[in-house]
Design a protein around this ligand. Structure first.
Ligand code: AHR
Length: 319
């Protein structure tokens, strides 16, 4: 749509620039929407499923997707957004690696009249005019669900180690908060160590190995995602213990590998975080490109899985 400035006649060009400058008026060329999308990286099974969902949905919707992988670095996203502005895309969407530090670059997009949609992770800013909408999960609620399962299944004094997601990322902050809120009324449940594993399997394994070296009284692992939980399973086995029995494991995501570990009894409970955001994201992109009003916050529905529920869900699991 914004590529319409190439129209040859001056009058046409003027009309086209005016139409495109609204940040979303109808196309003056072939009507194709160009979406600049900055993804967090490829750190987890969840992220792979999310990327595939977005790429497929863009193709299905006939949206020209300009995809950029930030490799889990905020500075790469801070470089990608001005580059999308320079390309004059119709809409910018991104999943912020961390919550803070976005105001300046989003102000640039606002000044260029390019609407921004946040997907998966939200930002922490006093200025909510910097983006049109957020589409994703309620991460605090996910943390609460993890805590509630533990409260219902605790067996006396329960020492928990927490494998946190990327430091400063919304899901790491919120999942810690929701979990802490629920266990606060239960003094027999204690988080004895907490450290980031950066949402990766290798990070989860490494941190769990360190936890096992410094603590011989771990009852439960609370991992902010499946990948870190899967890494913790490897570390627990290597230490001669049985995951799921000697040390119980709670994770978040419910990607196939996590669900298989749950069905096998290596993980004890998973809180779902839905990565299949592509279709809804493309609908939102089309709406904001057309200048339509959209809800500021759209949350996706999610569930939880016990071992039996994982066994039942696995045959139809899409990711
Ligand atoms: O932001 C969503 C989180 O990011 C997922 O839970 C995690 O697996 C991913 O890396």
């Amino acid at each position: 749509m914004k590529k319409c400035i190439t129209a040859s006649a001056a009058a046409l060009a003027l009309l086209a620039v005016t139409a495109c400058g609204s940040g979303g008026s109808p196309a003056a060329d072939d009507g194709t929407i160009t979406l600049g999308f900055s993804q967090v990286g490829a750190e987890s099974g969840w992220r792979t499923a999310n990327t595939e969902s977005i790429q497929q949905a863009a193709e299905d919707a006939g949206i020209d997707l300009q995809f950029s992988d930030a490799q889990q670095k905020q500075e790469n996203q801070i470089r990608a957004i001005p580059s999308f502005i320079q390309q004059n895309v119709d809409v910018i969407a991104f999943s912020p690696v961390v919550e803070t530090g976005w105001d300046a670059v989003l102000l640039e997009a606002q000044r260029a009249d390019i609407p921004v949609v946040l997907t998966d992770r939200a930002i922490d800013s006093d200025d909510d005019t910097l983006y049109e909408a957020f589409l994703g999960s309620d991460f605090v609620e996910e943390g609460r669900k993890a805590g509630e399962w533990l409260v219902d299944n605790a067996e006396g004094q329960t020492n928990v180690v927490e494998l946190q997601g990327t430091t400063g990322a919304a899901p790491a902050i919120d999942r810690q908060e929701g979990f802490a809120e629920v266990i606060a009324d239960h003094p027999d449940i204690e988080v004895i160590a907490t450290q980031t594993g950066d949402f990766t399997r290798s990070g989860g394994k490494e941190v769990m190995e360190a936890f096992l070296r410094s603590h011989d009284d771990i009852d439960v692992v609370y991992a902010h995602n499946d990948d870190m939980g899967l890494g913790a399973i490897e570390a627990i086995r290597a230490a001669g213990l049985e995951p799921g029995e000697d040390i119980r494991i709670i994770t978040v995501d419910a990607v196939r590998a996590g669900m298989e570990a749950l069905a096998e009894g290596d993980i004890n409970f998973i809180v779902e975080c839905n990565p299949l955001l592509g279709e809804q994201l493309m609908e939102l992109v089309e709406q904001v490109a057309a200048g339509e009003e959209v809800p500021k916050r759209i949350e996706v529905e999610e569930t939880t899985f016990t071992q039996e529920e994982a066994e039942a869900a696995l045959p139809d699991r899409q990711y």
